[in-house]
Design a protein around this ligand. Structure first.
Ligand SMILES: [Zn+2]
Length: 347
């Protein structure tokens, strides 16, 4: 019995168990080019899972360049543009059961209000992406609507600052500072420096404990940005610089300190500030960062005098006073509510 050629047997073993693939069905070249390779059995579509960034992950979005609206938005309204900018989340309001309105201060120092659709849905992509005092990268549709409301498309957190939502003194300070900055920007003082100073304050509140001193530094910086900085080195009338305690006080209506002769001649109302208080105010005014402002020791009595004087300056120029200022000072500078912990704060 012939067993055949050994070379032929080894060739058969080598092909044992290997199934020959069926030839792919012929398709029209035009349809194949449109559909691409088929990944599953015909009639079933493969599910695609979109990767979602974990909450609090400081990642930036990779999107199309800003300024180009989507086709749907372009069809709906040709004036809608897609914009991307870093911004600080200052306020969050409910809009409906599932949507929220967020007030931002952008990196250009402009106040911005966005509607975040479906933010409270269980599977919303916005969950954990923004909260009070976050620095976020915001992608939104810029609408030219009379109510000034824009539509958020994507939000990615860059800085979360957890202490500002757990330490109630830091929360009150950040809330007041954000309110003041937003109102100044809304009243015509929009400037990138406004955003930078507010972000520097938030960063300092995250790690520092001197909330009252930080707020005085911030108010002096805001007055300087608006062109309302009090003149603290020379008399606002005669320009002299008397030494020590020869100052008559600080005249809010004139915008700075007065010497004794000028006060007697003008008969204007002044706030008494000691030489040590004036020196501290000068130091805070020229401090370029919150940490530099905190380097100087600050007795509680000087804090109260500085708070009163700067409050009168702000009221004189703004014609109104944010209610958040009174709350922040009561909570941070030894007022009667300083030891009262608001509800919802763990410590
Ligand atoms: Zn003078």
């Amino acid at each position: 019995m012939g067993r055949g050629n050994p070379g032929q047997r080894s060739a058969r073993r080598g092909t044992r168990g290997v199934r020959r693939r069926a030839a792919p069905p012929e398709r029209s070249p035009r349809i194949g080019a449109l559909c691409g390779p088929r990944l599953g059995p015909p009639g079933r579509r493969r599910r695609c899972f979109r990767r979602r960034a974990p909450p609090h992950a400081p990642t930036r979005t990779a999107l199309a360049p800003p300024g180009r609206p989507t086709r749907a938005a372009e069809r709906a309204d040709p004036t809608v543009t897609l914009d991307k900018i870093d911004a600080l989340a200052l306020r969050i309001h409910p809009y409906s059961e599932t949507s929220q309105i967020v007030n931002w201060l952008t990196a250009k120092g402009e106040p911005l209000t966005t509607l975040v659709k479906g933010a409270c849905r269980p599977k919303s992509g916005f969950l954990g992406q923004y909260d009070f005092f976050y620095t976020c990268e915001l992608v939104f549709y810029r609408h030219d609507r009379p109510d000034g409301l824009h539509i958020a498309r994507e939000i990615a957190p860059l800085k979360t600052r957890s202490r500002l939502r757990s330490d109630w003194q830091a929360f009150c300070g950040a809330s007041y500072a954000g309110t003041l900055a937003a109102e100044l920007a809304r009243s015509g003082g929009a400037h990138a420096r406004l955003y930078q100073q507010l972000e520097a304050l938030f960063d300092a509140l995250q790690v520092q404990s001197g909330v009252a001193a930080l707020l005085i530094w911030f108010e002096l910086q805001m007055l300087g940005l608006m062109g309302w900085a009090p003149q603290l080195n020379r008399c606002v009338v005669c320009g002299s610089a008397p030494p020590g305690d020869a100052w008559a006080g600080l005249a809010v209506t004139l915008g700075g300190v007065l010497c004794q002769p000028c006060r007697a001649a003008r008969r204007v109302e002044t706030d008494a500030v000691s030489a040590a208080g004036l020196a501290l105010l000068r130091r805070w005014q020229t401090a370029s960062s919150p940490n530099a402002a905190l380097a100087a020791p600050c007795p509680p009595e000087l804090l109260l005098v500085s708070r009163r004087v700067l409050g009168r300056f702000l009221l004189y120029h703004l014609d109104w006073m944010p209610r958040a200022r009174r709350v922040a000072w009561q909570m941070t500078s030894g007022g009667k509510h300083a030891e009262t912990k608001p509800e919802g704060f763990p410590r």
